[in-house]
Write a protein that binds this ligand. Structure first.
Ligand code: GLU
Length: 493
């Protein structure tokens, strides 16, 4: 068998969508599994809808995900993507071949004429199919139209190609994911393959590129199934080998509508910005349609590749459960080695003056706050009370529910007084506070939990958070006691 070659072919009309990332991953896995090649091709024939910013985003997002492609034009020693707009000189040659073989023809219809045809179809409640009005124009008629200043588009002659290569009007193919699929090609109108301005359309350019890049397997979203029939006919008309196709089910939002921004992030870069790890994103999207044979959902890309079989991909749609992704992300955060985690978190700590902490204090702060992180960005809020020196913002709930009680006031007065004499190390504070709590329990019946709650509310301004003893040690004696003192309500003497 020839070498397996697959591609991801995003159109840069937006940032890399999480659905495209899944398609890229499945292609990448398929290539890996079969010792094949994975190719990136930017499909930017539609100049109005594309921008360099999106090209860069696609490029960077795939790199960040580790979905590196195996070949492409040399850019500074790295593989760049193949880009359709840089290949415009390639496409006319095959248009000419199609014209010569009679599988394409020039169409001089104006947008107004086409619109009128469409309106007529709507009026008659019929699906619109181009009338083939220009199929048999004579050279004289064409010359006349040209003289009027009309520039022709090129249309593919669907029925002619179908008749040349198939016994009936039904075109069938074996989809790697969905099994046998078929369509009556009478329902496909002769479609434009090159616009009158000379730009190739998607269905045409994709075939030329897949053929010239020797793509053996086309794996993409099921929204492209209707295009596949058109593309197969072009492959056949040009005598190219038809690749195998595999169409993946769509990714739907939890409410079963199309996944869109109103449900949450949809672009890989937005997920990353929000604090999702690329490992979690990849693991999560792999499970949208694919199930591990051992039922173990947490898997690295290499493990997934070893277990991956394209024909086992579910042909139905998958639901994008943001909650499951969050769960997975928190798992991956827990698995990160401390030094890697620290580096990743720095991006979310820029609003703080990190010089307030020694490197050891910083490390300890991360150690005691990392456990509940669901997103890396959660760290911003989780550590806010470590900064600000002797001042802390106390949230209203802590003030009303905790600090205003007699119990809390008693505790804080004792804490600031006794604390002055304590050696302020984590180990020692641990012991001292144990005695402190026990004493309050014995003398006043205060539950140890409430004693610590009072200190927490005053020192961190919150009712919950990380290990309190460690927090005190990191903040230091002076800051901790000043904060506690600030929460003591002054009573008139
Ligand atoms: N450029 C197409 C898109 O972004 C994909 C083409 C394909 O995979 O054949 O939807």
């Amino acid at each position: 068998m020839s070498e397996v070659r697959v591609r991801i072919a995003p159109s840069p009309s937006g940032n890399l969508h999480i659905g495209t990332a899944r398609t890229a991953l499945f292609n990448y896995l398929f290539a890996k599994k079969n010792n094949g090649k994975f190719i990136l091709r930017i499909e930017d024939t539609d100049a109005e809808r594309t921008s360099q910013e999106y090209v860069d985003n696609i490029f960077d997002s795939l790199k960040a995900l580790g979905l590196n492609w195996d070949e492409g034009p040399d850019v500074g020693g790295n593989y760049g993507p193949y880009t359709q707009s840089e290949r415009f000189d390639i496409y006319p040659k095959y248009i000419q071949q199609l014209l010569d073989k009679g599988f394409a023809y020039e169409c001089f219809c104006t947008p107004e004429e086409l619109e009128a045809e469409k309106e007529e179809a709507t009026k008659n409640k019929k699906a619109y199919v181009y009338s083939k009005k220009c199929e048999n124009l004579t050279e004289d008629e064409k010359a006349k139209l040209r003289a009027e200043g009309r520039k022709p588009a090129i249309r593919f002659n669907v029925s002619k190609a179908q008749k040349a290569f198939h016994d009936s009007s039904v075109l069938e193919f074996e989809d790697m994911v969905k099994g046998k699929l078929h369509m009556d090609t009478n329902l496909i109108g002769d479609f434009v393959i090159m616009k009158s301005n000379g730009t190739p359309t998607y269905n045409y350019a994709v075939v030329i590129d897949d053929a010239l890049m020797h793509i053996t397997h086309v794996i993409r979203g099921e929204d492209h199934i209707s295009n596949t029939y058109k593309q197969i006919l072009i492959f056949e008309a040009l005598g190219f080998e038809v690749p195998k196709f595999g169409h993946l089910g769509m990714i739907l939002a939890p409410d079963r509508s199309k996944l869109s921004k109103r449900h949450g992030a949809t672009a890989v870069s937005d997920f990353v910005e929000q604090g999702y790890l690329t490992e979690a994103l990849l693991n999560f999207v792999a499970l949208l349609g694919w199930s591990p044979s051992d039922g173990q959902e947490i898997k690295s890309v290499d493990e997934i590749a070893a277990d991956f079989r394209i024909n086992e991909i579910s042909s139905s749609n998958s639901i994008f459960e943001y909650d499951k992704l969050k769960w997975m992300n928190s798992h991956y955060i827990k698995m990160l080695p401390m030094d890697v985690l620290k580096e990743k978190l720095k991006k979310y700590l820029t609003k703080y003056d990190l010089s307030e902490l020694t490197p050891e204090q910083f490390d300890r702060m991360i150690e005691i706050t990392r456990e509940p992180l669901v997103l890396l960005s959660d760290i911003t809020d989780a550590v806010s009370y470590f900064f600000g020196g002797d001042k802390v913002e106390v949230d209203p709930k802590a003030k009303e529910e905790v600090l205003s009680t007699e119990l809390s006031q008693d505790v804080l007065k004792a804490f600031v007084e006794q604390g002055e004499t304590w050696e302020w190390t984590e180990e020692n504070l641990h012991e001292k506070l144990e005695v402190f709590r026990a004493k309050f329990k014995e003398e006043k019946g205060y539950k140890p939990k409430f004693t610590m709650w009072a200190i927490r509310a005053a020192v961190t301004g919150r009712t919950c958070g990380a290990d309190m003893v460690a927090i005190l040690a990191i903040l230091g004696k002076e800051n901790s006691l000043k904060r506690a003192r600030a929460s003591i309500i002054k009573t008139a003497v």
